[in-house]
Design a protein around this ligand. Structure first.
Ligand code: KIV
Length: 259
């Protein structure tokens, strides 16, 4: 039996676009929850939050801690948690670690980056009723260098095959990261399950961005990101004012103090 929340996402295919964003903490998640169908606790937090150069050393414990914070503040969105690199190397580990993520965080699904070989992992997780989101194209856990994929005919064929293997394994959706528009369109149109694009054009069934990029906080603004706010400027202004007030003795005032 497909979970109700997952069915709602599946039913959006060819009807309405699926809105997704990342979150690593309850404070942002509570705001996103009103506007997003899916919230992803992505291992992009390695770069965005922990200042690492890649996602490779993120631990299960880190992903779980942040996901607990997010889960506490959301009511509506489907919560998906990234399985970090090396936590799904074989079926036994994948089952043990995915079960732990679900049990500790209360999330709805896990996301697994494809390496074109781990379809059986997805199949096994789905067989024990763990919903899985796939991820193809630029998969930072498995690829060293950033490259847009799907530009050549042979790449297009490989990506379509990979997406279909993931669908056959039972995933309920697939992230398409940095795939050329034509290929993203063909992948999307050929699948029954929805595709969620990042840097893969509007031809996908839904879109995801890293929230810190969209808010202008990360300093990472490739062409596929649109900055909807410049929070860096807003925070800078507020902190500058606070600093000035502290130095001039204008903060705290009597009403900020206890008798
Ligand atoms: O880790 C992440 O945030 C992701 C999204 C960019 C899809 O995988």
């Amino acid at each position: 039996m497909i979970k109700k929340k997952i069915k709602k996402i599946l039913d959006k295919k060819n009807k309405t676009k699926i809105v997704c964003l990342t979150s690593y903490s309850g404070n942002t998640a509570s705001i996103l929850d009103k506007h997003c169908d899916i919230i992803l606790v992505g291992d992009s937090m390695a770069n965005v939050l922990y200042g690492m150069t890649n996602t490779h050393t993120m631990t299960l414990e880190q992903m779980i801690s942040h996901s607990i914070s997010v889960k506490k503040k959301i009511k509506y969105s489907l919560l998906v948690v990234d399985m970090p690199k090396n936590t799904y190397l074989n079926v036994k580990d994948a089952k043990k670690n995915a079960k732990l993520i679900l049990k500790k965080t209360g999330c709805d699904a896990v996301k697994i980056e494809s390496n074109k070989k781990n379809y059986n992992i997805i199949k096994n997780l789905v067989s024990i009723k763990i919903p899985v989101m796939g991820h193809i194209g630029f998969t930072p856990q498995h690829k060293k260098k950033f490259k847009v994929e799907g530009k050549s005919l042979s790449q297009k064929k490989k990506l379509i095959k990979e997406a279909h293997e993931i669908q056959r394994a039972g995933a309920f959706s697939i992230v398409l990261e940095c795939i050329s528009e034509k290929t993203a369109e063909e992948v999307t149109n050929s699948l029954k399950i929805p595709t969620i694009g990042i840097g893969s054009s509007k031809k996908c069934d839904g879109q995801i961005l890293v929230t810190d990029d969209l808010l202008g906080l990360s300093g990472f603004y490739p062409k596929f990101v649109r900055r909807y706010a410049k929070l860096n400027k807003i925070i800078d202004k507020a902190v500058k004012k606070y600093s000035k007030d502290v130095k001039l003795g204008k903060f705290p005032k009597t009403n900020n103090s206890f008798n």
